[in-house]
Design a protein around this ligand. Structure first.
Ligand code: A3P
Length: 323
């Protein structure tokens, strides 16, 4: 009933009021829930709904990422790999749809008033994405059986990429964030689904405990040797490229289809939009900026670089993970 709904809504609002707040990137504020900073309406709502209502299947394949680490690329590569027997490269769905419309974020999908994609209707194995931290993702208890791919990226490039992207999404009524402000927030661990390092480390540790369930990749490695990592991805999800496929150049065809240059120049990604929620609509072109490693050199001063590298070093110390 309307009354019950209003009561539930009130409880939720009261609960949100109790959470710590900080300056937001695309919203006035972000709030801290169980150690991570989330946007108060969309992300927090999505995470809570996933925690309570998402029904995982043992066959699910998850792409888990911290924002701006290469989600778009990974979505395209995995979608093309897992569905390679269903589609022809000349009429592939990725030629007409943005990668984010091919693979949905569960937390985004669930926070709609109506689901964009009915997750229950997707055939197994489902390919799903999430920015949700490991400890808050109900499917990651690896005994359950889901497999998960995580992608890590140099935090200096993550910062620069995030700064560009979030300013595009930032409502006009809020002043754009300067690089200096963005830098401070990022270093303090205040950005979407951050602290960045905590997000990475939770997945990294889990991948060491269950290497058969969690594949941990680096954006920089993927850029350097894409075919090596695409083969790893295919094997990881139990669909290794056959000898015949190798002969036919399927690996190269997938890489070409999903390459930054190819995707960025498609009409759908030049002029199309991705509807995150009714209020949040992203131009597909904003997911494709430069697609390179080391672009931070064009933005960060020596001092900024050193401090950020120092934080990373301290945070990753003794974890076995290096840049
Ligand atoms: P830059 O801003 O450094 O260019 P996410 O997909 O997680 O939002 O991350 C976005 C970053 O990945 C952006 O980085 C974007 O340009 C880059 N990217 C998008 N598509 C890519 C692709 N097909 N190959 C390589 N990088 C890609």
């Amino acid at each position: 009933s309307e009354e019950a709904w209003e009561k539930a809504y009130q409880i939720y609002n009261d609960f949100v009021q109790t959470l710590p707040k900080a300056k937001g990137w695309t919203t006035q504020n972000v709030i801290k829930y169980q150690g991570f900073w989330l946007t108060p309406t969309s992300a927090l709502k999505g995470v809570l709904l996933v925690q309570h209502h998402f029904k995982p299947r043992p066959t699910d394949i998850f792409l888990a990422t911290s924002p701006k680490c290469g989600t778009t690329w990974l979505k395209a590569l995995m979608f093309a790999t897992m569905n390679r027997s269903s589609y022809d490269f000349s009429s592939h769905p990725l030629l007409k749809n943005g990668p984010h419309d091919c693979v949905t974020f569960i937390e985004v999908n669930m926070c709609q008033d109506y689901p964009i994609m009915n997750l229950e209707l997707l055939l197994s194995p489902r390919l799903l994405a999430a920015h949700i931290p490991y400890d808050l993702l109900p499917v990651t208890k690896t005994t359950f059986g889901c497999k998960l791919v995580y992608i890590f990226r140099d935090p200096k490039d993550v910062l620069v990429s995030t700064w560009h992207f979030m300013n595009k999404l930032r409502p006009k009524k809020l002043q754009p964030l300067s690089l200096g402000e963005a830098y401070e927030l990022f270093c303090e661990g205040i950005s979407h689904y951050a602290p960045f390092w905590d997000h990475v480390l939770e997945y990294w540790k889990a991948s060491l405990e269950s290497p058969d369930k969690i594949l941990f990749l680096k954006y920089e490695d993927m850029k350097r040797e894409p075919s090596v990592h695409l083969r790893r991805l295919a094997e990881f999800v139990g669909q290794p490229f056959s000898f015949e496929e190798e002969e036919k150049g399927v690996v190269q065809k997938i890489l070409r289809l999903c390459s930054f240059e190819n995707l960025r120049n498609l009409k759908v990604n030049k002029t199309g939009v991705h509807r995150v929620t009714d209020e949040i609509v992203v131009n597909n072109c904003d997911f494709f900026r430069k697609g390179q490693t080391g672009d931070w050199e064009n933005y960060l001063t020596d001092e900024m670089k050193q401090r950020l590298d120092f934080i990373t070093e301290q945070k990753l110390k003794n974890s076995g993970l290096t840049l």
